[in-house]
Design a protein. Structure first.
Length: 139
């Protein structure tokens, strides 16, 4: 068990960012679209810290994943707006039901699904690790 909150958050940030990096690479490979937006990796790290913090506080998974989707959409709005309006650069462009291609309604729901899947997987991992630890103490 990690004792220091800062260490826990840094590890969660790094794991979330690295995990998302691999999701991004796989997605871009499948879609045959190589212009990956690797700015999403640190944003995913932030979302990971937020949703796992809420997980620790026993926030229901559906609500927690909704918060995760809202946080990533807000981060996309902030980073995308700074890039586009401040520097004239576009790192990603959503095409459907969007605001300047920076955020999109359909992607909000995709982020919600991704956060939901992540939290379900995390819950299962947490359950089995706790069960294994408990069985180890009983032996």
């Amino acid at each position: 068990m990690i004792k220091h909150k800062a260490t826990k958050h840094i590890l969660r940030f790094l794991c979330g960012g690295i995990l998302y990096f691999f999701v991004e690479v796989i997605w871009r490979t499948i879609m045959n679209h190589w212009a990956a937006s690797f700015l999403m990796a640190p944003m995913a790290g932030i979302v990971c810290v937020v949703v796992l913090g809420l997980y620790d506080k026993k926030v229901p998974v559906i609500l927690n994943s909704l918060v995760g989707a809202a946080v990533i959409t807000l981060l996309e709005l902030i980073v995308g707006s700074i890039a586009l309006f401040g520097f004239g650069r576009r790192f990603w462009h959503y095409s459907r039901i969007n605001w300047h291609g920076i955020i999109a309604l359909d992607w909000f729901f995709k982020w919600w699904g991704l956060c939901l899947g992540f939290l379900i997987a995390w819950g299962l991992l947490d359950y089995f690790l706790k069960r294994r630890k408990q069985n180890g103490k009983d032996a």
